[in-house]
Design a protein around this ligand. Sequence first.
Ligand code: ADP
Ligand code: MG
Length: 352
Amino acid sequence: MTEFELIYRYFDQQKAALDQANAVDSVAVVKGLGDDAAVIAINAGSQLVSCVDTLVQGRHFSEDWSQVEALAFAIGFKSVAVNVSDLAAMGATPHHILLALALPERLATETWLSEFAKGLFHACSQFGVQLIGGDTTRNDKLVISITAQGFIANKKHNSQSPIYRNGAKVGDKVYVSGTVGDACYALHHPDDEIGRQLSHRLHMPMPRVKLGQALAQQGGATAMIDVSDGLVQDLGHICQQSGVRIRLNIDTLPTSTPLQQVALTERLHCQLTGGDDYELAFTLPAGISPPDSYGNADTANTKITCIGEVIDSCSAKDLPVIELTYQDSAVTDATPYPFSKMPHLQGFQHFN
Ligand code: ADP
Ligand code: MG
């Protein structure tokens, strides 16, 4: 059973949840399980957006104690950032977080905790969230689970509204923010020069909150997701939920200067399947341009690149949902160029 089969088989009780929540006054579940975050209508004008993500020692960061100790600040920062990224993927404005910490005895020290807290609050101030509560327990390994909530206006009252994964239409252009593949390269090459230059992309990801908000405000975006588990896999979620296929032009993938020095096929592999980018991928109708001015000093330079288009509609069984092209030629099993053989395009999954 894959991670996603597991989730949808046992936990997708959206209908029951909707009926129950709709019974409580005007509070209604607008979007349950299946998107980057859930959406609750809290009053006529605004909606509450909620998500939770867990970081586990040995899975999301090194098992190795000396690494966990050295990275205390970054682990604090990243555990907030990855959650804020899911709020950004809805177009929401982050507001607060709750922190559940399962802490090993050997990290319950002044040194580790003060660095972890510094990183956590650095992210809180950068992304405008307050820590409003949580839970602390002891555990053999470090496990950090953060619930993040934010707000977004209700469409009836404002042009702004959440951007889901399910609205992509044939003819839409596909965009991604920033650059992709950097974190994956840094993860696999911690000791080479390029890996070192890219290590901040792995350890200190910058969720594209301002871009998400600008897209929600501008209107027109038909689908959006944050790229956390690999570009092809995450675009695949948009395809599955929108019932469409996407053509991805892999020679247009935005590539950071350090990553440009890496051999083409290794670089593309990182860009197509590597996790931890925390960029936003979204679709816009051909006539609508992405916002060109948004953000502040931290985000103003986030470039946006058109990487493909929505080519046709399809049912869940039509595979593959993502078609790759390189220099206008289809990349297939029979013609895998620039690869010597067609790469395995699945991104990160906890269960397979
Ligand atoms: P993301 O990568 O954006 O964090 P995931 O791929 O982890 O999203 O999850 C996909 C969807 O499944 C999300 O809407 C998430 O809320 C939901 N989900 C994941 N695990 C569970 C669970 N154990 N119970 C209920 N919903 C879950
Ligand atoms: Mg997400």
